[in-house]
Every structure is written in structure tokens, then in C-alpha cells.
Design a protein around this ligand. Sequence first.
Ligand code: HEM
Length: 304
Amino acid sequence: MEANQQEQQAVNQIEEVFGEHKGYRRAHARGAGYRGLFEGSGEASELTDAAHFQNSKVPVFVRFSHFSPDPTWADAMSPVKGMAVQFKIGPEEVTNIVSVTSPVFFTRSPERFMEMLEVSRSFQKGRPELGELAELLTDFPEVRAMFSSVKKMTVPESFATGIYHSIHAFYFEKEGKRQAVKYVFEPDAGEDKRSLKDMKDLPFGYYERELAERTTRSPVFFKLYAIIGEAGDPTDDPTRDWPKDRERIFLGRLMIEAPDEQAEQALYDPTAMTAGISCSEDPILQFRRGAYRHSYEKRTAENE
Ligand code: HEM
């Protein structure tokens, strides 16, 4: 499916702000792909027939990443890390969960996202100019909230010790009923955090090397949970997290085994669903489909 004009424009705008880095993803440019296995628990079978959540094992691709669209940025300049998981349900069928180490996104509409990019031109050097920063903070109150949360933000010590959130809501569907859920991955190794200021001396590529070394010793595991939404929990607003006391269902265990070049190159479209699960009406989620496709087509053509 072709990305529509606005989605293509968003990707072009990211390039204008952060530079055009040929052959790389236009966001989360630097990362590391792995192969592994997901073992479903079957505990959500009353809510969904999705194949990977039954009592079954499916092969997966996993890609960890630093959020920056510029692959030359230091590890510390990307406080948000990503984990994209592709479940290989059948020979021709995949479904994805694309998650990050933050429970919320900084804007709730694609238009707003693009307006923010428009005033962020100096971010290209990784150092915003004060005038632009002031404009962002005045015109976009949500950015103020983001900056205050970045100040408090801690970062996982390793890709293997982050808690990763889907941010968006999805629906589990079965026999005409549907249930809103969000996903969260929790590391078996335990959450391990450092403050942003402790990260500034980390060498470039530290996270990728640490994970490669860790997986030579043993696979890395995460538990995947569905957070069960209740009446009134927003399903269309990625800037709002749900209350902490929501029920959770254990969906299965993710095992990450060894580096894999195909996993590094794959397209992890967060809207690729399977029978028994559908996307929520969140406009940011819907927008991502075309933006990711456009970035994928560009980088694939450039790598040929
Ligand atoms: C308007 C909103 C957004 C836009 C325009 C956008 C754009 C992009 C683009 C162009 C890519 C590269 C895709 C590729 O080449 O395969 C990407 C990757 C990624 N994005 Fe977003 N994104 C948005 C929102 C989000 C949100 C809300 C999340 C939080 C879950 C997120 C997490 C990620 C992650 C983890 C990757 C790396 C995926 C991989 O490893 O292949 N993005 N994004």
C-alpha cells in the first residue's frame, strides 16, 4: 500500500530537521536486529484467538534501537530506546508490536507532530537553538510536559533491561466482543536504570555491543503482558497513560537469541494485525502505517 502524501511529507520533514541518512530508517536509525522465539501462555484465550497468544511457539524478529533519526548521535542523546517485535505467525503472515521505553508519546495528532517538526530545524545538530526551544515551549504545552519528564527520565543500562510500552491501545476481539488493551514488555533480568547525566561518557555503540556480548552468554528474556482497559480509559490519545492499577494478563515469554541481519532490515509496521486483534482509532497509530512504509521503501532502494 502506498503511503499518502501527508505521511510521506512527515518523513521528508524528519529528513529536513535531522538530515538525510541514506540507507537508514528515518527514525530509530541505529539499532540491532535479533532472532528468537515467543512462547504464548494461552491465558488470554477468552479474549482473543490470535495465534501467537495461544499455547504455542512462534519465531520472532526483534530490533532494539535508539530513537534518534540521526545514526551518528551518541547513545546518550537518545534517552528513549525502542524494541520492535515481529511475530511470524505463518509462512506469509506476520504481526508486530513496536514499543519504546516511555509509556506516552509527546503529541496526539499527526498535524501537531508536523507543526512541531516545522519549528525544530536547529535540532539537526542535536542542539536546539534557544529561540526555537522557547517557541516550542510556548506554542506546544505538551512539549513542556515532555521536557519535564525527560529531566526526570532514567534510561535502561542495557537494551535488555528496559520496560517497553506499546503506548497505543489495541482491541482483542472474540465472538463479537472486544476489549481494549495496551502492551508492556518486562525484562526477566529486572529493570536497571541510570540517570541521563550518568550516560554522557558512554562510548558510541555501547548498547549494541553490550547486547551482543550478553546474548553470547545466554538468551535474553522478556515477559509480555496485556494491560486491560476499563470504561473511560482513552484509546485514541497516545499522550495519556492508563491508571497503574489496571489488571494485566500474562501473554507469553519472548526469548532473544542471536543477531540477525534480516531482522535488522525488516519493516515493523505497528498496524500489521492478525485475526483476533485490531488497531484502535488512535490517529497517530493510523498515521504510522504510511510513514513506516515510505521510510522502508526509501532505505531499501538506497541499500540495493
Ligand atoms: C507521528 C508519529 C510517528 C512517526 C511519523 C514515526 C515515524 C517513524 C519512522 C519513519 C520510522 C522508521 C520506519 C522504517 O524505516 O522501518 C520509525 C521507527 C520507529 N518508531 Fe516511529 N513514528 C511515530 C510515532 C511513534 C510512536 C508513538 C512510537 C512508540 C511506540 C514509535 C516507535 C518507533 C520505533 C520503536 C521505531 C523503530 C522500529 C524498527 O526497529 O524498525 N514511533 N518511526
